[in-house]
Design a protein around this ligand. Structure first.
Ligand code: MIC
Ligand code: SF4
Length: 756
């Protein structure tokens, strides 16, 4: 059954006119990204040839998706907005809070008990305000969205950076913070910087060990974790059409790892097949009618450099499998070079664990290709040399692979199947011995591999690869194994080479599932009670933040000058902290504990300027807060990369940090800071980062005349009595300046509802 078919019909009915109008007004052919953006412009938005990377534009997304770890904060904010129902179809997915320890059944039971309060809260808020609720065990948000909600040409936002996965079905799907989701659910438009456009032309066809994952691993190597910032990446060419829909999903999913706003593919036969296989033939038929508007214009693809800001070409026929890592997803090494590169870098060669699954790579095709490798190994007298785990992306995939005998095959070689959830991908992995912090290597088919991410151990070297490569590596047990060329010794002492993987794009006998895990909301939720216990450790109702005091900010203390990579995992760690995602005060105890202090190269050890003593970041900031002193955080490049979690912005806001001044920001985090009423500033001259000293008192000047495009001044009052003034930039537009003045965007929505 297809959800929200009427909404999709409306989108398609209006599409041809909107696209034709945009093409006529602009007087040029359109990319797919432009077609989707222009057909979702907010009604109050004046049509224009928007300037990429400079104009802020209001859009009306068709739907919203949230996962449990971010939905709590998004919905706590929505409850404050004073609306009776969500304005667009919206869903909540319980996937992040399930710890992978023993097996799917036990782990799910444990999570249901451990997080009962949170699940009950999310279920009741969903029921009250009209959101679809996907129970724990139903699967990972992005897989469930791809299977049920994504549709070609649609626009959605989701409170998770990998919302972009739905680009695999031809959407413009964008990861945002909860405050943005709250706006759209409250019926307000969604504002976004008009992106630049990167075109990636795929030629040739994948073969052998190469897979869709290797396309994005290669792209990440080319563009790096920053290269896609504020860009929509559009894939096209005959190679794009040769990929499966779920393979396209994998590519779009990891677009988050290059910082891209989103990635997308034009509607084609693979999408039609996937829609039909997942019970949505009706949507495929509707899409067929408007299909010329669901892909870029032929002139654009014939002459891409004229229409895209950057064009990359990749020949799939020549693509080699890659392993990316450790510690960053853009460190791309072709499998043939791994032996040499790993040895040169001293990376631990023995692979302890291979993990497949996650929202990135858990399609039927992925699992069937991994299974073909396992079957071949078994037939040749080989078995797993490393531990091996599988986290299926959805109950539908899990049920189908069980029916088709794949789970029995995994079981026969001693692999562990975890619950349909994020699990190890987000540090919800109770890995035995991780606390010993031993240096070790793991390979996985997830998307991120920042330090400590999977198991909390900073010495775990994690490499990202396709499920079939991860499977082969777990059979070999060594990082310097190349399945394309190397042999392994089997149980008879013979040398055997693994056969190339093969699989099924879609289950030959169709998908099946007994209980997909969906709960529809009440028709009329007005009588539903949402309960939050006063003494809860996991949930806390939000109190509004205070408005700006109307003056320049004087005498701020430097809280921390963070050095190097400072992702949202460094700012607000996940894993054990996920349980406090609905309790701002409690989760604030993890604020910036992973960031490296530039003055002593240590994590979570900073100077308290009042006492002169070194202590933990959250405790020091709480001391400043208690003393009524504001503070400032200074950071390096691409600050806040990684996740959409707005906790990374709300925690500093809550604890009294006033500004974050960095060399550059990751997109979602910068918006999250603005939404919460913080000052997100960048050095006009990046070298000024070096002028910040440990004992600095800092003033921010120019706030009374703050205006779009106008610099502010930061005065550094050094301990020796000298001072210097540096220029800083901001990217606030007029409305965002109002958020800052009001103390946060939500204060404005709330005021508009209550009329004061
Ligand atoms: C992640 O992959 O880091 C997460 C956990 O899914 C996050 C969201 C979160 O922090 O809750 C993301 O990618 O946005
Ligand atoms: Fe979950 Fe990992 Fe996907 Fe994030 S990247 S949604 S944690 S599976």
């Amino acid at each position: 059954m297809a959800f929200d078919i009427q909404m999709i019909k409306k989108v398609y009915d209006a599409l041809p006119n909107k696209v034709n109008e945009a093409r006529t007004k602009l007087g040029r052919p359109l990319t797919l990204a432009e077609k989707i953006l222009f057909s979702h412009l907010d009604a109050n938005m004046q049509f224009a040839d928007f300037k990429r990377l400079s104009d802020y534009v209001d859009f009306n997304p068709d739907r919203v998706a949230m996962q449990d770890a971010t939905a709590q904060m998004a919905l706590l904010q929505f409850m404050q907005a004073g609306r009776p129902q969500v304005a667009v179809p919206s869903t909540v997915h319980c996937d992040h809070l399930i710890t992978a320890k023993n097996n799917a059944k036990d782990d799910l039971e444990f999570a249901n008990a451990e997080s009962k309060e949170v699940y009950d809260f999310l279920a009741s808020v969903s029921n009250k305000y009209g959101l679809g609720f996907w129970k724990p065990g139903a699967g990972i948000i992005h897989q469930v969205v791809l299977e049920n909600y994504a549709f070609p040409g649609g626009m959605m936002i989701g409170t998770d950076s990998h919302t972009v996965n739905a680009g695999g079905l031809g959407m413009v799907a964008i990861g945002v913070g909860g405050a943005d989701a709250c706006d759209v659910m409250a019926g307000l438009p969604w504002e976004c910087l008009f992106p630049k456009l990167i075109g990636i032309k795929l030629t040739g066809k994948l073969s052998g060990w190469a897979s869709a994952k290797d396309v994005i691993l290669k792209v990440a190597g080319i563009l790096t974790v920053k290269g896609g910032t504020n860009a929509i990446v559009e894939y096209f060419g005959e190679g794009a059409e040769s990929l499966s829909c779920t393979g396209k999903g994998t590519i779009c999913n990891m677009g988050a790892e290059i910082g891209a706003t989103t990635s997308t593919f034009g509607y084609d036969a693979s999408m039609s097949r996937y829609l039909s296989a997942t019970g949505r033939a009706e949507i495929a038929a509707m899409a067929d009618v408007v299909k010329e508007h669901l892909t870029g214009d032929a002139e654009v693809y014939a002459n891409p450099s004229k229409y895209f800001d950057e064009v990359i070409e990749i020949n799939l026929s020549e693509l080699e499998p890659h392993l990316n890592g450790p510690f960053t997803p853009d460190l791309a090494t072709p499998i043939s070079k791994m032996k040499e590169v790993a040895a040169a870098n001293g990376w631990p060669m023995k692979i302890e664990v291979g993990l497949i699954g996650s929202c990135t790579n858990s399609s039927y095709e992925d699992i069937s290709r991994s299974i073909s490798v396992v079957k071949d190994a078994k037939a040749n007298g080989l078995t797993l040399a490393s531990e091996f785990t599988i986290t299926p992306g959805s109950e539908q995939v899990r049920y189908t692979i069980e029916r088709d005998g794949f789970l029995d095959i995994y079981d026969s070689v001693g692999a562990t199947v975890f619950a349909n959830a994020c699990g190890p991908c987000i540090g919800m992995w109770s890995r035995m011995g991780a606390e010993k912090q031993e240096k070790n290597t793991i390979v996985h088919s997830f998307n991120r591999n920042f330090a400590k991410r999977a198991d909390g151990n900073p010495n775990t070297f994690a490499f990202v690869g396709s499920p079939e490569i991860v499977t082969a590596m777990a059979i070999a047990g060594r990082l310097d194994f190349n399945p394309l060329t190397d042999t392994l010794t089997n149980d008879k002492g013979e040398q055997v080479k693994l056969a190339e993987p093969s699989g099924f794009e879609l289950p030959p006998t169709g998908f099946d599932v007994k209980d997909a895990g969906f709960q529809a909301p009440a028709e009329d939720g007005s009588g539903v009670q949402v309960l939050v216990a006063d003494d809860s450790k996991r949930l806390q109702l939000l109190a509004p933040f205070t408005a700006w005091e109307g003056t320049d900010l004087k005498g701020l203390k430097l809280l921390i000058k963070a050095k190097g990579k400072c992702t949202t995992d460094h700012i607000s760690m996940a894993g054990p902290w996920l349980k406090f995602r609905g309790h701002l005060d409690n989760i604030s105890n993890n604020m910036l504990i992973g960031a490296i202090n530039a003055f002593n190269d240590k994590a979570d050890t900073i100077k308290n300027q009042i006492t002169g003593e070194y202590g933990a970041v959250p405790a020091t900031q709480r001391a400043y807060k208690a003393a009524g002193i504001g503070s400032i955080v200074v950071g390096d490049e691409n600050y806040g990369e990684g996740s959409s979690r707005e906790h990374a912005a709300m925690e500093p806001r809550f604890l009294g940090v006033r500004a974050v001044l960095v060399k550059s920001f990751a997109r979602i985090h910068e918006t999250n800071l603005k939404k919460q009423g913080m000052l997100a500033l960048t050095f006009a001259n990046k070298a000024d980062y070096d002028k910040i000293q440990e004992d600095d008192g800092i003033d921010i000047e120019g706030l009374l005349a703050m205006a779009p495009g106008k610099q502010l001044q930061v005065v550094l009052n050094h301990a020796d009595g000298s001072n210097e003034t540096i220029q800083v930039n901001h990217s606030y537009n007029a409305q965002q300046i109002d958020w800052f003045k009001a103390g946060g965007a939500l204060n404005i929505i709330r005021a508009s509802v209550s009329g004061n």
